[in-house]
Design a protein around this ligand. Structure first.
Ligand SMILES: Nc1ncnc2c1ncn2[C@@H]1O[C@H](COP(=O)(O)OP(=O)(O)OP(=O)(O)O)[C@@H](O)[C@H]1O
Ligand SMILES: [Mg+2]
Length: 321
């Protein structure tokens, strides 16, 4: 059974005219997925995540979260999911130390005694807050506060976790620690995760699937691989070789899988660039061609399609490279 199943979710904020923050969103997620919600500022990512967490009511649409009805069982949804927001100071008491804050929340999430102490120490350690255990929250840096908010949410051990820009204020070490924790929660504990990020590399590293939002609509959704395939993006494969360049004239673009266009430079080392929708197939075909011609291969390089390319392509499609 899908853990998240949404149909036709729309949201318009009061006083914003006719513009929709979310426009008929459909989304289904299987348990164990890590979904990356990507999109420019104002695309609707935070709005959507708040609706999924039962914190905001949509104007239209319906669905279930963990089997609970989105419209009628919002309280149950809130009790069984966690949300960490960028401004998540909610739930942090400035009159309690870092450790006391976590100790305060532990019983709320069903953790008592030594199990609670163990879990708190573990989270403080994992999030590099162990040296700040006795500090007052107002003496923490922005990134340390963000990690405390994350630690508080992770006490809950819910099966579904929403993270709104989990690493946006963090330094390299903090980013690494949080990414490791996210991967561990998913792989070892089977937690299903929806996260938003502006860092494509982060989505590529962590997410089993991505959804690209723009102006309240999902433009693409699938595994990174499927999204790349669906877009049919044209990328270059570059080849350098030595040999008589005259035979290059007989090169037929139809011999290379998915090829669209060929460019070459001749010289002591000949350079050939094939623009293709199938970098893998074209690379194999080019290698076979080099062998057939009896050329000496110097190097071959294919530009892997990154999530960054996909993001650009979805938001600002270009017809030719
Ligand atoms: N409380 C609100 N009242 C009115 N409009 C809002 C409110 N919250 C968000 N919006 C509008 O809804 C749209 C979607 O905002 P949202 O915060 O969901 O975007 P986002 O994708 O999370 O952007 P970002 O990357 O900047 O975090 C924006 O146009 C925003 O101005
Ligand atoms: Mg946002």
């Amino acid at each position: 059974m899908a853990i998240v199943d949404m149909k036709g979710i729309s949201k318009r904020y009061p006083g914003t005219g006719r513009s929709l923050a979310l426009d008929r969103i459909d989304l289904s997620l299987e348990p164990g997925a890590v979904l990356g919600l990507l999109g420019p500022n104002g695309a609707g990512k935070t709005t959507f995540i708040k609706i999924l967490a039962g914190l905001l009511v949509p104007d239209a649409g319906a669905g279930t979260i963990l089997g609970y009805d989105l419209l009628r069982q919002a309280a149950e949804i809130r009790a069984h999911v966690s949300l960490v927001a960028p401004t998540a100071d909610v739930g942090i008491d400035n009159n309690l130390t870092v450790r006391q804050n976590l100790a305060f929340w532990a019983p709320v999430y069903g953790l008592y005694g030594s199990a609670a102490r163990q879990r708190i120490s573990d989270l403080l350690d994992r999030l590099n807050l162990d040296t700040k255990a006795q500090a007052w929250p107002m003496h923490l840096s922005a990134g340390q506060r963000q990690r405390l908010a994350l630690a508080r949410s992770l006490l809950a051990e819910t099966p579904l976790l929403f993270l709104d820009e989990p690493t946006n204020k963090l330094d390299r070490e903090g980013t690494k620690a949080v990414r490791e924790l996210i991967a561990e929660l998913n792989i070892q504990r089977g937690v299903t995760i929806v996260l938003t990020t502006h860092v494509m590399e982060e989505a590529e590293e962590l997410c089993t699937e991505v959804a690209i939002l723009q102006q309240g609509q999902i433009r693409q959704h699938g595994t990174t691989y499927a999204v790349i395939a669906a877009l049919g993006m044209v990328r270059p494969v570059q080849l350098a070789f030595q040999g008589d360049p005259k035979t290059m004239r007989s090169l037929d673009i139809g011999d290379f899988s998915g090829a669209e266009r060929v460019e070459w430079n001749t010289g002591e080392v000949n350079e050939l660039t094939v623009w293709t929708r199938d970098t893998r197939g074209t690379t194999a075909d080019l290698l076979a061609w080099v062998m057939r011609q009896g050329y000496r291969l110097i190097r071959i390089h294919s530009a892997r399609v990154t999530l960054d390319d996909v993001f650009q392509e979805v938001l600002e499609p270009r017809r030719t490279p």
